[in-house]
Design a binder for this molecule. Structure first.
Ligand code: SF4
Length: 339
């Protein structure tokens, strides 16, 4: 487990958000790295702004230009490459049922609670998403709640974004009050990377509100590398798990970050140590500007076969790809030969 650094747990999450690194120069200086090799890529933050909170930077190894966490957040010249098949809307999401509501799967709706994120991951499939057109209008969440009320086949609401935990606890609690009044809803699921980059976002107030909900709460984290889980995060995740909140992880297979069996094995082990089950490992969504993170399907299959040989089945995430318009995630056939 990565040792604790600094006293960042005493800084409220909103303050950590406000003081995050927003330029490569600041971050590279903090990490004691020479800026010269990165010079060509600095302008890539005009394509997608840079944002990296201190607690996440503290998990990076100073002086290591190959750090797997740094690679996920540092703008690179590769982002300017135009690669066939890599497009601005890889999941065909730009048309929503209502502002702030996507109804992709029959029994689930996704509410885009907040447009922004605490960290801007360079491979993000929503890096071109028009959040301004997808925030609820003056009626707040009532139109979305009315939509869900009129669709009894929906039993689960997914709070997404951006990152839904960018919303304040009171805001989430108010939305929960509305959702809990809909009898056909069974679960509320929160997809967030924010606790990974600012662990103090897992507040006691939010944990208590979720654990008291009539709706079964699920928190799906987005962790890609074992180094992202330090003691701060693990301690809070244990508290949330003990409060009855189901903890799952979905990561993305990323070239230069986690595309080795040792790395993926360490990730699954550390997730489970922290009370989190590995759930999905995504093949990269082919979003413009992120082709340098792509891992071939053959390589992905080989990695999964290696993981199956090393780990118990419950620690092996399902390798999937999201395809716009499909009714569910599409598992990649591993083409395993019988032993
Ligand atoms: S936290 Fe998630 S939504 Fe936000 S930039 Fe990263 S991958 Fe994209």
């Amino acid at each position: 487990m990565i040792p604790l650094k600094g006293s960042d747990l005493h800084i409220p999450w909103q303050k950590e958000l406000a003081r995050a690194f927003t330029t490569p120069e600041q971050l590279l200086d903090y990490l004691e790295l020479d800026i010269a090799p990165w010079q060509d890529g600095l302008a890539a933050r005009r394509l997608f702004p840079m944002r990296v909170p201190y607690p996440f930077a503290d998990k990076m190894q100073k002086g290591n230009p190959q750090d797997p966490l740094l690679r996920q957040v540092l703008p690179l010249a590769d982002e300017f490459a135009e690669v066939p098949g890599f497009v601005t809307d890889p999941l065909d999401e730009h048309d929503s049922a209502l502002p702030g509501l996507l109804h992709k799967y029959r029994s689930r709706v996704l509410l885009i609670l907040r447009g922004g994120c605490a960290v801007n991951c360079r491979y993000c499939f929503r890096r071109h998403f028009p959040y301004d057109d997808n925030s609820p209008g003056q009626g707040g969440w009532q139109p979305a709640v009315d939509y869900i009320a009129a669709h009894p086949e929906i039993n689960e609401v997914i709070l997404s974004g951006g990152d839904p935990l960018m919303a304040r606890d009171e805001h989430i609690a108010a939305l929960l009050n509305q959702l809990e009044s809909l009898p056909h809803l069974k679960r509320v699921r929160i997809h967030s990377r924010l606790p990974v980059v600012i662990p103090q976002r897992l507040t006691d107030d939010l944990r208590d509100r979720l654990s008291q909900s009539r709706l079964r709460p699920v928190l799906v984290l987005h962790v890609n590398h074992a180094n992202e889980i330090d003691e701060h995060l693990a301690t809070r995740l244990h508290q949330w798990q003990r409060a009855g909140i189901t903890l799952l992880n979905q990561g993305v297979l990323l070239a230069g970050v986690n595309d080795h069996a040792d790395s993926l094995e360490a990730l699954s082990e550390r997730l489970f140590d922290a009370g989190v089950l590995p759930y999905y490992l995504y093949q990269l969504d082919k979003v413009a500007g992120a082709a340098h993170f792509d891992v071939s399907d053959d390589r992905a299959r080989a990695l999964m076969a290696e993981l199956l040989a090393r780990l118990p089945g419950f620690l092996v995430p399902r390798l999937v790809r999201e395809i716009g318009g499909e009714a569910s995630k599409t598992p990649l056939d591993l083409n395993l030969e019988p032993r």
